[in-house]
Design a protein around this ligand. Sequence first.
Ligand code: SAM
Length: 232
Amino acid sequence: MDAHHLSKRLKTVASFVPKGARLADIGSDHAYLPAYLALNKQITFAIAGEVVKGPFENAQNEILKEGLTGVVQARLKDGLAAVELTDNIDTITICGMGGPLIADILQAGKAKLQNHPRLILQPNVGEKNVRLFLDANGYTIKAEEILAEDGHTYEIIVADWTGAEPSLSELDLLFGPALRQEQNQVFKAKWTKEKDKLKKVLAQMQKAKQVPTAKIKEIEAEIAQIEGVLHG
Ligand code: SAM
């Protein structure tokens, strides 16, 4: 992967960045996403935010190599501290991290969301944490994608600020309001695998000398929930 050839995952993220956007990509590593968007004239300005020195230097090198110093700026900062309100950022991408970390970054940097930028988030796991943050903070999920690449499954969540009251159900939070309606093959495969994993755990627990009844009930409920969504 480089700024000219993005992974399917990052290309999908890129497709949700509005044309002419002023972007902040937080946890940018090599700055491939902002560099790709700048090379393709999709954005007018970008910040590539990184909290770790090595990835920050990778981002700096990539920006220099591609001759993008006028458009993309690498900043060594924690989370949304990379963004100043005067940057007039209208789109934020946070990709390739766990959902709890993405939610923590947004929570800690809430003051930087006062201009209500579009949020395009790609948690690797723990998607529910991300949807909880969005739902509790006036953001409405406008699109969701689930895709498989190199043996991994990725979810991409696109949200715009509407000021709406929290409205997502427990099923929406866990499975995704759009994904559970659409139920494409990747979605079905992900949740079938999750259900099979839980069934194995259940079988182990039932063999235990001291059967953990409460935990078994919990897992049975999770399995029933998945089956309900897949068959619903
Ligand atoms: N966003 C790229 C992608 O999706 O391919 C890189 C993902 S990489 C796995 C995650 C990056 O996020 C790492 O480079 C890490 O240093 C950075 N990161 C983690 N926590 C961060 C934070 N609080 N602020 C900024 N960057 C962070």
